[in-house]
Design a protein around this ligand. Structure first.
Ligand SMILES: NC(=O)c1ccc[n+]([C@@H]2O[C@H](COP(=O)([O-])OP(=O)(O)OC[C@H]3O[C@@H](n4cnc5c(N)ncnc54)[C@H](O)[C@@H]3O)[C@@H](O)[C@H]2O)c1
Length: 252
């Protein structure tokens, strides 16, 4: 129980990677706030954590909306009195709208940035004062290989993820003296609802499995271990790191 007595907020914890991380945090003893835009999946994540004997509350939240983020953080403090861990995970990949730069709509660009980058910053902005008062914390940003290398026809998503790496480094430098550790996790191709359209094609599924040296797709469970580690005291000297969990995708 590495996270006993700790309080964690996980954004986008209703599905995919965020849900896997939220469930692991709870099984490691943390009280978990499921900050999720989708009511059905948020409620279901809360229930599955409670059914497994864990502690969780679902707080409906659109991370791109400042008032909702402020209220979610306040509800967390009202309920649990502290915040030790923030996992910024909620993001959108508008796959049908993604395009090369000159073909991309302003709407697709703005929505992607609002959730994937502004959302990470807003959640950090309102959680950090509590961590400063407490004398420390751990913030984990879920990034992406698309923010580190060039991928075709993913202009808005890739740019937002590159921004996440910049945000992570700026925050790591600023808050390390306050014992707030900020790190990034970089998942490879993970079998989640975000990739449902592409992975529903058996050929594409095979392709994405085979381009990773591990020769398989990742699952949310593959990300949960590193998130629990970074959230725990075991990671006390991990500051500003980029931790890939991608079956070797970016090593080759
Ligand atoms: N799946 C992959 O292959 C992969 C690869 C690299 C990085 N990532 C990153 O991992 C993270 C999780 O991805 P996933 O595949 O689990 O995604 P997903 O789409 O399967 O799940 C994302 C969750 O976030 C929620 N969400 C979306 N917009 C929100 C908002 N505005 N406010 C609050 N919640 C919101 C969704 O409802 C959903 O429950 C994202 O940051 C993504 O960019 C995923």
């Amino acid at each position: 129980m590495r996270l006993k007595n700790k309080v964690a907020i996980v954004t986008g914890a209703g599905a995919g990677i965020g849900r896997g991380i939220a469930e692991r945090f709870a099984s490691e003893g943390a009280s978990v706030v499921v900050a999720e835009i989708d009511a059905a999946s948020g409620g279901s994540a809360q229930q599955s954590i409670r059914d497994a004997g864990g502690e969780a509350i679902f707080v409906p939240t659109d991370v791109s909306d400042e008032a909702q983020v402020k209220s979610m953080v306040q509800k967390t403090l009202d309920r649990y009195g502290r915040i030790d861990i923030l996992c910024n995970n909620a993001a959108v990949l508008l796959i049908r709208e993604e395009a090369r730069a000159h073909e991309l709509t302003n709407e697709a660009w703005d929505r992607t940035m609002a959730v994937n980058l502004r959302g990470y910053w807003l959640c950090s902005k309102y959680v950090i004062p509590a961590m400063l008062r407490q004398g420390g914390g751990s913030i984990i940003h879920v990034a992406s290989p698309t923010g580190l290398f060039g991928f075709t026809r993913l202009t808005a998503y890739s740019t937002s993820k590159g921004g996440v790496v910049g945000l992570m480094r700026a925050m790591a430098a600023d808050y390390a003296p306050d014992h707030i550790r900020v790190n990034a996790i970089v998942p490879g191709t993970i079998d989640t609802p975000m990739n449902a359209i592409e992975l529903s094609d058996p050929e594409m599924r095979k392709h994405f499995a085979e381009i990773a040296p591990a020769r398989r797709l990742g699952t949310p469970k593959d990300l949960a271990g590193i998130a629990a580690f970074l959230a725990s005291e075991d990671a006390d000297y991990c500051v500003g790191g980029i931790f890939t969990v991608d079956g070797g995708l970016t090593a080759v």
